[in-house]
Design a protein around this ligand. Structure first.
Ligand SMILES: Cc1ncc(COP(=O)(O)O)c(C=O)c1O
Length: 372
């Protein structure tokens, strides 16, 4: 597909990848409409089975959103009021909000400059006798170093609930990053690599009992664990979302291959120190490139060059979460120098399944010239 003359290159094109899926989705919606099974029916059950299979977990549970997934997963991991939960400040608000909504305290630890993920070397210093869990976030689709995070968690008896909202398709040691940690949470928000046509989320569970507890909580039933009673509420996934996600899932591998091809074009133009670097490719670490970022001291100049060429770019997490109003309920461990720097320097380029390859080459050349 060639770019239209004078058209801007948007950060997302949500519609084009839906076109080949349209007939199947419309036929599925018609079937759902006439069966009357609108919420938590066979499509949700099918999606749960497929996702657990893809990601190598014992079970998975569909819920209302990625935010809701974090909330129920942290509850089922036993997070109680006053507990501390270690996470990154360089993430979307939802990661922090879920912890705060459980009346627990997010504790921010700095990130690595290479992959913008939680720095495993800085975890131990953040642990107190109140620490209950660690929430690594596979940011922009790059895998966290789960072996090193698990080693710290095991040593201190902590739970791991990974925020995998941006990490479907991300591999760690050649397997889905969802296979690490006690639970991982997914978002099907329409801009995600595996999207729905509305809100949706899912919790991947290594332990079937956790999945059963989440099924209770999402349907207004209470769960009692470790002398604490957790209230249920509505966090159900509807059938139309599950249907659309399943249709897109069947095309995921092709779309992911297109994203990797675009990333390879950008990689060829951008110096290694200005883009994602993973600690050890030999360990089967593969980023899903949910976003493609470039680090740039003069971000404003590069953004202006791209804007003049009709290319939309984005800035995320500037400032990082420890500067958010909710930080009043959070704690900071050590200096957050790299998170601050990422907030100032990272620029997001377009990468999506419908981005024409020639357009990726044009964008890559502009960015390459900027660094030359
Ligand atoms: C890292 C991260 N966590 C959680 C969420 C929340 O997902 P949702 O929008 O489905 O609630 C998002 C979504 O943007 C996210 O990027």
């Amino acid at each position: 597909m060639e770019p239209r003359p004078n058209a801007r290159t948007g950060r997302y094109d949500l519609v084009t990848p839906m076109i080949p899926c349209k007939d199947e989705i419309m036929a599925g919606i018609e079937k759902i409409l006439m069966t009357g099974s609108y919420i938590l029916g066979p499509e949700v059950a099918g999606l749960e089975a497929e996702m657990a299979d893809d990601c190598g977990t014992a079970d998975s549970v569909g819920v209302a959103s990625g935010s809701s997934a974090l909330f129920v997963a942290l509850a089922v991991a036993g997070v109680r009021p006053g507990d501390e939960v270690i996470t990154t400040p360089y993430t979307f608000d939802a990661t922090m909000e879920a912890i705060v909504l459980l009346d627990a305290v997010p504790v921010f630890v700095d990130i690595c400059p290479e992959d913008l993920n939680l720095d495993p070397d800085k975890l131990a210093a953040a642990i107190t006798d109140k620490t209950r869990a660690i929430v690594p976030v596979h940011i922009f689709g790059a895998p966290c170093d789960m072996d090193r995070i698990e080693a710290v968690a095991d040593e201190h008896g902590l739970e791991i609930v990974a925020d995998m909202a941006q990490g479907y398709g991300t591999l760690y040691k050649g397997k889905s990053c969802g296979a690490w940690g006690r639970m991982s949470t997914i978002s099907f928000y329409p801009t995600k690599n595996l999207p729905g046509i509305g809100d949706g989320g899912l919790v991947l569970c290594r332990d079937r009992e956790d999945a059963e507890r989440i099924r209770r909580l999402r349907g207004h039933q209470t769960v009692r664990m470790n002398d604490h009673l957790y209230s249920g509420w509505n966090s159900r996934l509807d059938e139309i979302q599950a249907l659309a996600i399943r249709v897109r899932r069947a095309r995921f591998a092709d779309e992911q291959a297109d994203r990797q091809r675009i990333a390879a074009v950008y990689d060829a133009n951008i110096p290694a120190e200005n883009r994602v670097r993973m600690p050890d490719q030999g360990r089967g670490m593969v980023t899903a490139h949910h976003q493609y970022w470039v680090r740039c001291r003069d971000r404003t100049a590069l953004a202006a060059e791209l804007d003049a060429a009709g290319v939309d770019v984005a800035i995320y997490y500037d400032p990082p979460l420890h500067r958010h109003e909710l930080a009043e309920y959070c704690r900071v461990s050590g200096e957050l120098t790299e998170a601050e720097r990422a907030g100032r320097e990272i620029l997001i380029l377009p990468i999506h399944a419908a981005l024409p390859f020639t357009e990726a080459e044009r964008i890559g050349a502009i960015v390459g010239r900027h660094f030359a």
